[in-house]
Every structure is written in structure tokens, then in C-alpha cells.
Design a protein around this ligand. Structure first.
Ligand code: CMC
Length: 431
């Protein structure tokens, strides 16, 4: 972060305050208001953080107008087509693409941590079978702090490293266990001879009664979904992880907080909500009715899988996934599925509608990921857990970056208080 020669002047009640300006390596300049309260006695007001940089970071950069997403400088479309999930994990965690030896070592470390403590099986059994897998995931990931005591000390870099690898390695196992538990099938142990994505499909879809072969096109599509969701700078769940960890909370508790935030339908829950919306629409002839509802100010309904806080031109992840969706649907021979007909028609109708054009609303990553996961055989309730397992590396990379930063302070936003001013307590018989 370099302080520029530029500064902003704030004039308040006849006094002027000079606010330093920082220049990022990419993106808009940032006005430093850290000393504003001490000097001028005022706060800034920005609900939803629409104009506030909450931290500095070197991990991910998004240019919402260009529709560009870079991890450590590498464009997401290049990573999605030339790299693979674990290599992207390494890049996010350590800042550079690995050499062959570094990648092999990292893959071995992750693979060696894929099993969960056997006693965790009992922990799963405490949940109702019909619990949403996200509820199970929040609980079990939080409970990892009760099982892995040797990686809780956040002041120890080695323990932080072990916690990071454990989380990346065990999230697919835990997500698959949540799924198996919900359908009443036995848990399937990880297989270290399979790659990360193939192993996840194996743990979800194989059963002891018969042999299961992972289709390489499906595992490639799965790997791509994971890669495309790996990180997305300071979104709601990542900011939640950072805020939770700013108090010094342990990594498993912080990632559980991120999973809880991701679950909401405006964030990671959108992939499930999108598929449910497509099912509710049901047939192509009902699309105009739903488009009209999405445009009606008095109706809270929104087209799920459309729009984004940052991307105002195109979601680069959606572009890549659209192509994967076509490949997977063709492979599975389900291109004529009525749900997909609705999806395709809805996409075209919205993209040509003046309301969506004017508000810059277009399909986001969740529109296509849901379609692919549905075709692969995942129930809608598993869509958000899959998002959570892929985003774990982003959360943990941002967490590591934050803990290692000497400027790290507890997060403590201020407020614009609009409640009653001080008043005296009134005894109950006088109210
Ligand atoms: N359908 C209809 N209208 C919409 C939609 C939508 N999906 N999204 C935004 N709008 C309208 C909104 O009503 C508002 O109109 P007006 O200016 O007239 O009040 C305008 O567009 C701006 O919306 P906003 O809510 O101020 O925008 P935001 O940046 O706060 O919200 C969003 C971004 C993603 C939460 C929102 O677009 C949305 O709710 N989309 C549906 C949920 C979804 O697909 N979420 C996944 C996001 S991508 C994955 C992830 O990051 O987790």
C-alpha cells in the first residue's frame, strides 16, 4: 500500500481536514479515514459497505465494470481452463503458482488429511436426518475446534498452516457425510488415489453394494465449479470470517461463521433458491409472469441467479460455467429436460428485457452451477454446501493474510444512532 502525493480535503464546520489517499495496484484510489474521528469527531456512514475498503489484501481482484476476476493476478478463465482446484488453492494460500514439486507436496499434505476423526461420526448422528446439510456443516465445522486441539493457537504460524490444510482437506468429507446422512446411506471414506473433485463425487455417490466409477467429464466439471468459487475477495461470508477472526477466535469457529453467512439466499444460498425458482416456474409459458413479478416494486420476488453487487457487466465465472453446463448436459443426455428449457428461455428473456438491461442484471455463477449440480444428481440442498467447500480455501487464505498482518485490529464498526436519547426508567405501574 503506497501513500500517494494526493489527498482529499474534508471541510466541516469551517475546518479543513486532509485525508491521505492510497493507490492500489489495481482499482480505485482509497481515501484513508482512520484518523477522521480522532481529528474531526465524525464517523462515516456506509451501510452494506458499498464504498468502503475494509482491509488491504493481495489475494483477489475484481473489476466489476470489466467483468474481470483475478487470483494473485491470474484471470479466472485461464485458471479454470488450464489449472485445477488444488493448484488454485496453493496459489491463493501462498501467492504463487507452485512448481511441480511444491504441488506434489501440497497435494500429499491435503490428501493425508481427508479423513475426519472417527468420533465425528457420532456427532453427525445427533442431527435429525432431515436437517439441511448447511445446518450440519455449520455445526460440524464449528465442532472441529473440539477435535483438533493442536491447530487452535492462531499466534503459531505452524498451527495456522495445519488448520488451513485440515479445513481444505476435510470439508469435502464433511459435506459428503452431511449428504449421506440426509439420505440414510452409510458414510463413505475418502480415497487417496482419486483427485480432489473425483474423491468428493466418490464420497457422495458410491455405495458399498456396488462399484462406482467417477466419470472424468463429471469430475472435471466438479473441479471447475470448485475452482470458480474458490475466492471472491471481501464478499459477505469472507468479511464475516475476517470479522470473526479479528477477535482471535480459532479458525474452525471462524470458518463456521463464514458458512453460516454463505447460507443466505442473497449469497451462496442463491444456487438452491435459483433451482427452486426454476422448478416453481415449471414451464416456459409461465416465464412472463415471473419476469413481471421480478420487476414489480411491490413484490419482494427477485430472479434468483441474476444480479451482483460488484459485477455490472458480466460475471466471468458464469461465462465459464455456461460452457461446462453445456458439456455436462450433453454428456448426460439431458439437454431437453424441461427445467433446462425454462432456464435457457428465462436467461434469454431477462437478457433482452429493458428492466434487466438498465439495472445491469445478468446471470451470475449461481444460475449455471445449480443447473450442472442438478444434472449430476445432487439434491438442491447440497448446492450451497458445495459452494461452502470450494470457498473454504478463499476464507482460510484471507484469514491467514489477516492474522499475519501486524496492523490486524479487532473489527468494530460504528453506527448512526437513531434511537431514544437518555431518559429515566418508568416504574411498571406508571406505564
Ligand atoms: N431480480 C430483480 N431485480 C433485481 C435483482 C434480481 N435478481 N437484483 C437486483 N435487482 C434490482 C433491485 O430491485 C434494485 O432495483 P431498484 O434500484 O429499482 O431498487 C436494483 O436491481 C439494485 O439491486 P440491489 O439489491 O440494490 O443490489 P445489490 O448490489 O445490493 O444486490 C444481489 C446484489 C446479488 C444481492 C442482488 O442482485 C440479488 O438479490 N440477486 C439475487 C440473488 C443472487 O442471485 N445472489 C447470488 C449472487 S452471486 C454469488 C454470491 O456472491 O454469493
Amino acid at each position: 500500500m503506497t501513500e500517494t502525493q494526493k489527498s482529499a480535503t474534508l471541510t466541516l464546520n469551517g475546518e479543513s481536514y486532509e485525508l491521505p489517499i492510497f493507490s492500489p495496484t489495481a482499482g480505485p484510489d482509497v481515501v484513508d479515514i482512520r484518523k477522521l474521528y480522532a481529528q474531526a469527531g465524525v464517523f462515516t456512514y456506509d451501510p452494506g459497505f458499498t464504498s468502503t475498503a475494509s482491509c488491504d489484501s493481495t489475494i483477489t481482484y475484481i473489476d466489476g465494470d470489466k467483468g474481470e476476476l483475478l487470483h494473485r493476478g491470474y484471470p479466472i478463465d485461464q485458471l479454470a481452463s488450464k489449472s485445477h482446484y488444488l493448484e488454485v488453492c496453493y496459489l491463493l494460500l501462498y501467492g504463487e503458482l507452485p512448481t511441480a514439486a511444491q504441488l506434489e507436496d501440497f497435494e500429499t499434505r491435503v490428501t493425508r488429511h481427508t479423513m475426519v476423526h472417527e468420533q465425528m461420526h457420532n456427532f453427525f448422528r445427533g442431527f435429525r436426518r432431515d436437517a439441511h446439510p448447511m445446518a450440519t456443516l455449520v455445526g460440524v465445522v464449528g465442532a472441529m475446534s473440539a477435535f483438533y486441539h493442536d491447530s487452535l493457537d492462531v499466534s503459531d504460524p505452524w498451527q495456522r498452516e495445519v488448520a488451513a490444510v485440515r479445513l481444505i482437506a476435510k470439508l469435502p468429507t464433511i459435506a459428503a457425510m452431511a449428504y449421506k446422512y440426509s439420505v440414510g446411506q452409510p458414510f463413505v471414506y475418502p480415497r487417496n488415489d482419486l483427485d480432489y473433485a473425483a474423491n468428493f463425487l466418490h464420497m457422495c455417490f458410491s455405495v458399498p453394494a456396488e462399484e462406482y466409477h467417477v466419470n472424468p467429464i463429471l469430475s472435471r466439471a466438479m473441479d471447475r465449479i470448485l475452482t470458480l468459487h474458490a475466492d471472491h475477495e471481501q464478499n459477505a461470508s469472507t468479511s464475516t470470517v475476517r470479522l470473526a477472526s479479528s477477535s482471535g477466535a480459532n479458525p474452525f469457529a471462524c470458518i463456521a461463521a463464514g458458512i453460516a453467512c454463505l447460507w443466505g439466499p442473497a449469497h451462496g444460498g442463491a444456487n438452491q433458491a435459483c433451482l427452486e425458482m426454476l422448478k416453481e416456474i415449471g414451464t416456459v409459458d409461465r416465464i412472463p409472469e415471473y419476469i413481471a413479478r421480478a420487476k414489480d416494486k411491490n413484490d419482494p420476488f427477485r430472479l434468483m441467479g441474476f444480479g451482483h453487487r460488484v459485477y455490472k457487466n458480466t460475471d466471468p465465472r458464469a461465462k465459464v460455467l455456461k460452457q461446462s453446463a453445456d458439456e455436462v448436459l450433453e454428456l448426460l443426455g439431458v439437454e431437453d429436460n424441461p427445467l433446462l428449457q425454462v432456464a435457457k428461455e428465462l436467461e434469454q428473456t431477462a437478457l433482452n428485457d429493458p428492466y434487466f438491461i438498465e439495472k445491469k442484471l445478468f446471470p451470475n455463477v449461481d444460475f449455471y452451477s445449480g443447473i450442472i449440480l442438478e444434472a449430476m444428481g445432487f439434491p438442491t440442498s447440497m448446492f450451497t454446501p458445495i459452494f461452502a467447500l470450494s470457498r473454504t480455501v478463499g476464507w482460510i487464505s484471507q484469514w491467514k493474510e489477516m492474522i499475519a498482518d501486524p496492523q490486524n485490529k479487532i473489527g468494530r464498526p460504528r453506527q448512526l444512532y437513531l434511537g431514544e436519547t437518555k431518559r429515566d426508567y418508568v416504574d411498571i405501574e406508571q406505564r
